[in-house]
Design a protein around this ligand. Structure first.
Ligand code: PGA
Length: 256
């Protein structure tokens, strides 16, 4: 893992945007795995401002709530169009977001998985992290080999996401999420975490054991992971000074 600690979320998002932009310039038909939530908002804003060419890009989103229609303001469909897709020239048919209204969840999940491979596989997967260490909506005890499927949210995650629904009791219990096994097949992973609320989950994911109790810890098994943090999210890392030194002293040939 490469741990990149930046002073603020804005600085971290600029680093992350540079990584995504570089990929899109080098591989105009790249396949991106995308995340929702507060964390990637500044990243998406930066990417929009960069005016990149998205005409050949394909995207797969991590997850979606089961129940709310795509037009619901808290749905991840709505989030993605509002904050990214409507501002860039990505063809609508290249955008994939799990269908939270599907009548046949297992069949839909199989089709979602089956669409990733012919698209070329995911080149870069953007991830946030939950306060409980979830990635996508893979809650603690998710199989580290899991594939796209139905999951049930924990009370903690429903509470963390209550704001967009106007109260804990309005947050759906069920979601469709890519699995941890699905995520680990991406060629490169970019995990973002900002704010002190994420410090414990990040310390466990980066420096703790690989365990289904912190699903993000499974990323330790992936060879190309960049973890971009602001100072508050890095506050509980025991080797933070080492990570800073490594980043500040990268050899010229080791391009970010
Ligand atoms: P957040 O959510 O970006 O809104 O903090 C992250 C997550 O739950 O994965």
């Amino acid at each position: 893992m490469e741990i990149i600690i930046q002073p603020t979320a804005k600085d971290g998002s600029a680093v992350a945007a540079g990584i995504v932009a570089r990929l899109l310039r080098e591989k105009p038909d790249a396949v991106l795995g995308l995340a929702t939530g507060r964390t990637p908002l500044l990243l998406y804003r930066e990417l929009v401002q960069m005016k990149l060419d998205w005409s050949r890009v394909t995207t797969f989103n991590l997850d979606e709530y089961v129940g709310p229609p795509p037009a619901h303001p808290a749905s991840f469909h709505c989030f993605m169009w509002e904050h990214l897709f409507r501002h860039v020239n990505v063809p609508k048919e290249n955008v994939h977001i799990p269908d939270g209204l599907t009548k046949d969840v297992p069949a839909f999940c199989r089709q979602y998985e089956d669409a990733i491979r012919p698209a070329g596989g995911i080149d870069l997967q953007v991830l946030g992290i939950g306060t409980d260490g979830h990635i996508g909506f893979n809650e603690p005890t998710s199989s580290l080999a899991s594939r796209t499927r139905l999951k049930t949210l924990t009370a903690q995650t429903r509470s963390d996401n209550a704001r967009s629904f106007g109260g804990d009791d309005r947050v759906p219990h069920h979601v469709i999420t890519m699995g941890i096994g699905t995520i680990l097949e991406a060629r490169q992973i970019l995990l973002l975490a900002f704010g002190h609320a994420k410090a414990q989950a990040i310390a466990a994911a980066v420096e703790g054991p690989v365990t289904a109790m912190n699903p993000a810890s499974a990323l330790q098994l992936h060879p190309v992971v960049k973890v971009v943090l602001d100072e508050p999210a890095a506050a509980r890392l025991s080797k933070a000074d080492y990570y800073r030194w490594v980043y500040d002293n990268k050899p010229d040939w080791q391009i970010i």
